[in-house]
Design a protein around this ligand. Structure first.
Ligand SMILES: [Zn+2]
Length: 128
């Protein structure tokens, strides 16, 4: 499998280790997000050029900033119970915002984000 990825400025903690989020696509065009903890440069290469390029980071996309917890492969989380939307009763999705820990629920019908604990409406979701 071949993927092409670009570094973002977003650092998160995965399994207790800092990881930079890189975004990109597979050769077949599937959008992916990678959590990179280490990169090694071959000893035959000039690592100063690599380090210079590594300073260039893109802003993370909206998808990277609000990433569905269930899509992070191999990440063990405290299970967050699926709850019905307080307004319409539809089972809600659990979304991440600026971190790996789940921050809020989103109703796929109402497109409203609710606080994880209090279920207070926080924001209307714009775009998907
Ligand atoms: Zn709803």
């Amino acid at each position: 499998m071949i993927i092409t990825i670009q570094s973002t400025e977003k650092i998160v903690t995965v399994n207790g280790v800092s990881a930079r989020i890189w975004e990109g696509k597979t050769a077949g065009g599937i959008a992916v997000i990678a959590f990179i903890t280490r990169i090694a440069v071959s000893e035959q290469e000039d690592s100063t050029e690599f380090e210079r390029e590594l300073q260039q980071h893109a802003a993370p996309s909206v998808e990277a900033r609000a990433f569905p917890l269930r899509l992070i492969l191999g990440e063990e989380q405290k299970p967050v119970p699926v709850k019905p939307c307080p307004r319409c009763g539809t089972p809600m999705q659990i979304l991440l915002f600026l971190g790996i820990q789940p921050d809020f629920y989103v109703c796929p019908q109402c497109q409203i984000a609710f606080h994880l604990e209090t279920l207070k409406p926080l924001a209307t979701v714009i775009g998907r």
